[in-house]
Ligand binder design. Sequence first.
Ligand code: CA
Length: 234
Amino acid sequence: MKNRGNIIFAAVLAAIVIIAIALMALFGQKDSSESSSTAPTNTATETSTDYKKIDTDGQPMMGKEDAAVTLIEFGDFKCPACKYFDENIQPELVKKYVDKGDLKMYFINTPFHGGESLIGANAAEYVWKNEPKKYWDFHNALFNAQPNTQDSTTTNWLTNDVVKKAAKTAKVSDVDGTVKAGDKLSQKTAVEKDINLYQKYMVQQTPTIIINGKKLDDPMDIKAVEKAIEAAKK
Ligand code: CA
């Protein structure tokens, strides 16, 4: 009986060792694949086209919480079409729908154009975190600072000086902190959250506009945007 007990004990021990080795191999593999993956393409991200489920928790929002229509913009301060949307379409939507309580709008950073996109995103996240009431004025001031040329994605303009001027225009109290946040890319967690979102929802272009879970074909066409909002209101 003693021998049988020893055999069982040895078998259990062997099984535990095998499982432990298997787990180590599994986690070891996961670690190495994570560290070797390079941003922004993260194939490990779970993808979805169920835009109704986009998690807007903690994102900059304009409008009334209980508005019937939700617009989500995936945008980039370096993107000319986003500047167009911000300066020509958004103000109309604010007048017609946000101010009347029918629409709320979210902005999710989608930094497609490298370092300067990240400067804008980090500075804006800092303002949203510390002085949320100043966020949209700062957001608009950054877009206003973008040069009116299609090559604004490749020319260097989103500098610390531009962030400083935009913060002053928006009457942000902590101008130095905002500049530093952009320069040091200090809002890593918030920006990574946004990057994970655009990857999850496979956003290919900016701006991508989602209205009550539906992606617009042409967000530059104000009539189409308004039509989508009207349809969502019903
Ligand atoms: Ca964000």
